[in-house]
Design a binder for this molecule. Structure first.
Ligand code: SAH
Ligand code: SF4
Ligand code: F3S
Length: 466
């Protein structure tokens, strides 16, 4: 692991100070709007951008209308996420014409792809800053240049580095997100992540634990440890490293933290040690997101997932043996190029066999530069959508049944905020990560309380305070 040197980080601090002094001279503080697409890792990166912006004297705002600075932190995992961002950028063209002082930036995974950054360079000339995932820590320097009227492109690949010590401004309604590692080495044949996030690199356990202690001091009761494949945490650290299971044990020792979650686990790296830690540490939520992608061995092989249907089912069996009530969730891709209708039948039968609490299913999206992008399609788009629909129907029924079984039971719920649909109601999450809405006073936000589940819907539960 190579950390970005102190010198280089201090240089960024200088830019932060410089911009802060300039901003403090203005009577009305400048407003910044940051929008995030994609996964929790990207949200965590946006929290860092917000942290840096606050240090530079910006005030965060919730809408682009009043903003002096707009940043889109983008995701490249599927085409529809990219289309949305280009739509948003297009819409900003008139805004910039009406308010030339507006600074527009795009960053994140999409920008780490050469053809996309090129497209922005040529066709979106009103965009002032483009920076990739590896340049995040250089944001103050990039912004300083943009404020001086230079168009900045920073999409170099400085693979393998970790920048520590950037201030994070967290979204405090939910638990704190803490990255334990960056990048991915797995190269699943459909996936762009390893190309835009670089190789796996783990943070040192000391730095992670210091951050956990820090969020605990700031009142957070729940944390989510993040990485594209958390179970390979520490493997790149050699003798200095510990396993993810050992890291979890250390994190459990931090006072004040009552709930620990983690994302994502690749089935090929789930160890008995991990299952044991989960089963024996009361602070670790009995919830496991274990993406299976497909129930067909042929497709799994072409996806380069490195496990079989049988091996996956065996993990599920071992996990449930130790934790019978565990909440299991997964990701599925429908329409992978080589996938046939029979392969989808196998995936559906796997869903019926495992009975996941929740499934995030996606229609395959071709990603330029990945091996799957050159595989010929077996099915038409229409067939793929039909398969997606029939899989969704089966799973919705299972999810509903699973939620129904919770009615009448009591659950420990961490209150996250006022319900979005009814301001008399609060919204929180069970240990298994399910959303529960219930009537209650706002003062309860941030507390863990007992709730009796009274009603179930496909995606959420209703309850009352016990
Ligand atoms: N690292 C995690 C997931 C990262 S991406 C893991 O390995 O499980 C989140 C999900 O997006 C994946 O699990 C997969 O289901 C989906 N996904 C990734 N690439 C995709 C593509 N090209 N088309 C459709 N879905 C994709
Ligand atoms: Fe993508 Fe596979 Fe890595 Fe997950 S493990 S990020 S699906 S390459
Ligand atoms: Fe998307 Fe990048 Fe996350 S591609 S899913 S934001 S790692």
């Amino acid at each position: 692991m190579k950390e970005v040197s102190r010198e280089r980080l201090l240089k960024q601090q200088d830019f932060i100070q410089k911009i802060k002094i300039e901003n403090d001279r203005i009577d009305t503080p400048l407003k910044a709007f940051v929008e995030t697409y994609g996964c929790a890792q990207n949200e965590n990166d946006s929290e860092r951008i917000r942290g840096m912006l606050i240090d530079m004297g910006y005030v965060l705002c919730e809408s682009i209308d009043s903003a002096d600075l707009v940043i889109y932190n983008t995701c490249a995992v599927r085409e529809n996420a990219e289309v949305k961002v280009f739509g948003k950028l297009g819409a900003l063209k008139n805004k910039k014409a009406a308010k030339p002082s507006l600074i527009i930036g795009v960053c994140g995974c999409m920008m780490q792809q050469e053809h996309i950054a090129e497209n922005v360079r040529k066709k979106y000339r009103h965009v002032d800053m483009v920076f990739g995932t590896h340049a995040l820590y250089k944001f103050p320097e990039i912004l300083d240049k943009a404020r001086r009227g230079t168009r900045v492109f920073s999409t170099e690949n400085s693979d393998g580095e970790i920048a520590e010590g950037i201030r994070i401004s967290r979204d405090n309604s939910k638990g704190a997100k803490i990255s334990v590692m960056y990048g991915c080495n797995n190269f699943c044949s459909y996936c762009i992540v390893p190309y835009v996030r670089g190789r796996e690199r783990s943070r040192s356990a000391e730095n992670i634990l210091a951050e956990v202690r820090d969020v605990s001091k700031n009142g957070y009761k729940e944390i989510t440890l993040l990485g594209q494949n958390v179970n390979s945490y520490g493997k790149d650290l050699g003798d200095a490293g510990i396993t993810f299971a050992q890291l979890l044990r250390e994190v459990c020792k931090v006072d004040g933290i009552e709930r620990i979650r983690f994302l994502t686990s690749h089935p090929k790296d789930i160890s008995d040690e991990l299952i044991e830690v989960m089963a024996t540490e009361p602070k670790i939520c009995k919830q496991l997101h274990l993406p299976v992608q497909s129930g067909s061995d042929e497709v799994l092989d072409k996806m380069n997932r490195k496990y079989t249907r049988g091996a996956y089912l065996d993990i599920v069996r071992r996990v449930r043996e130790r934790m019978p009530d565990i909440v299991l969730t997964t990701d599925i891709i429908v329409g992978f190029p080589t996938e046939t209708n029979e392969d989808v039948d196998k995936t559906i039968s796997l869903l019926e066999e495992v009975e996941f609490d929740m499934v995030y299913s996606f229609i395959y999206s071709k990603r330029q530069g990945t091996p799957a992008a050159t595989m010929p399609d077996c099915l038409t788009e229409e067939d793929k959508h039909r398969n997606f629909d029939r899989l969704t129907r089966v799973q919705n029924e299972i999810s509903r049944r699973k939620n129904e079984a919770m009615v009448g039971k009591s659950e420990r719920v961490l209150v996250e905020g006022v319900s979005r649909t009814n301001d008399q109601f609060l919204s929180g999450r069970t240990e298994g990560g399910k959303i529960v809405n219930f009537p209650g006073p706002e003062e309860m936000v941030g507390k863990i309380i007992d709730i009796k589940i009274t009603e179930c819907k496909t995606w959420s539960l209703t309850g009352e305070i016990i």
